[in-house]
Design a protein around this ligand. Structure first.
Ligand code: SF4
Length: 316
């Protein structure tokens, strides 16, 4: 069995009773499905910075660039306490080799997107980010991060998990003596996956690798990693996947019978028209890859980007 991937998570999402009211926010998809594949490192910034359970609720106040964390009724400013915790915690997390972080939405400490910030007039704008989530994103800018609420959207979920597994493969590559030859192999293996996210990045990364032999290793790897995660953060749309599927067909051209070609084109067209999900053309492609032993395709991460049991491509 493959080793579980390490991911940070807002503690209440695992069912831990750390919320202001003594409750939790267990997310069943996380605890019942993802937990099979992930080793979660729980963090509750509010409890770990020394606040009790239960406690007074808090919210963000001030400017989106520099919000303050303030208790809602008694108006105690907890910003300094939280920032001190954040500084120490992100330093501690550097040793955890995380490949993801799932945050609790809307929280003034843990929320990642559109957290409410109250201005002087008492009006709230949904433009903020929780203080701990901000600290994590600042310290680990390439780390795949998401909120639990958005994981219920099939496309966002598939994209997030694809990014995580790709980041995990990159980390394994770095751990195993990453020389130039291995970088070429890594890049070759990810070509179709990159094409499904961003053909522009694929071209740019191809040029980077081709000209990279004489460049200082650290510099080359850092640049490649930044482009890799930038590309993977762009969504793989139906149109981009159709382009990749046609590209894959090019590799079969000489092997497929006329009937097989017609069938595959028909299935790709059904996917393009959203009649069937991505898993359908990919299952047929997988069948031909095995039947005709097309070695270049056998090794492509695009065909197996994450465990099939997660069924992520059955819904996109
Ligand atoms: S949202 Fe964050 S701070 Fe609030 S209870 Fe959950 S983990 Fe703790």
């Amino acid at each position: 069995m493959e080793e579980k991937i390490k991911g940070g998570i807002s503690s209440c999402l695992l069912g831990n009773r750390v919320r202001y009211d003594g409750g939790h926010k267990r997310d069943r998809y996380i605890t019942d499905v993802l937990a099979e594949y992930f080793h979660f490192v729980p963090v509750c910034p509010e409890v770990e910075c020394g606040l009790p359970v239960p406690r007074e609720t808090m919210h963000l106040e001030g400017l989106p660039e520099q919000p303050r964390l303030v208790t809602t009724k008694t108006k105690v400013d907890q910003t300094a306490r939280m920032q001190k915790f954040c500084m120490e915690k992100v330093r501690e997390l550097e040793n955890e080799n995380l490949c993801a972080f799932i945050f609790k939405k809307d929280s003034p400490s843990s929320g990642l997107h559109r957290v409410k910030i109250y201005g002087d007039s008492g009006q709230a704008q949904k433009k903020g980010r929780g203080l701990f989530a901000s600290a994590v994103v600042r310290r680990f800018p390439l780390l795949p991060v998401e909120e639990e609420g958005r994981l219920h959207d099939a496309r966002l979920r598939e994209n997030f998990l694809e990014r995580i597994y790709c980041y995990n493969r990159w980390h394994s590559f770095l751990k195993n003596g990453p020389d130039y030859k291995k970088l070429v192999q890594f890049h070759t293996r990810h070509k179709l996956q990159l094409m499904s996210h961003s053909p522009k990045h694929l071209a740019k990364m191809g040029r980077l690798v081709a000209a990279g032999k004489e460049r200082p290793r650290e510099e080359l790897l850092a640049q490649y990693e930044a482009l890799l995660m930038e590309a993977m953060a762009l969504k793989a749309t139906v149109k981009k996947n159709v382009n990749v599927l046609h590209h894959i067909m090019g590799h079969f051209k000489t092997f497929l019978t006329a009937d097989e070609k017609r069938e595959l084109l028909e299935v790709i067209d059904n996917y393009a028209r959203s009649i069937v999900p991505l898993v359908v053309p990919l299952t047929l492609v997988g069948h031909y890859v095995r039947k005709y032993e097309v070695s270049y395709l056998q090794d492509q991460a695009y065909l197996e980007p994450h465990p099939a049991e997660l069924m992520l491509r059955n819904h996109v």
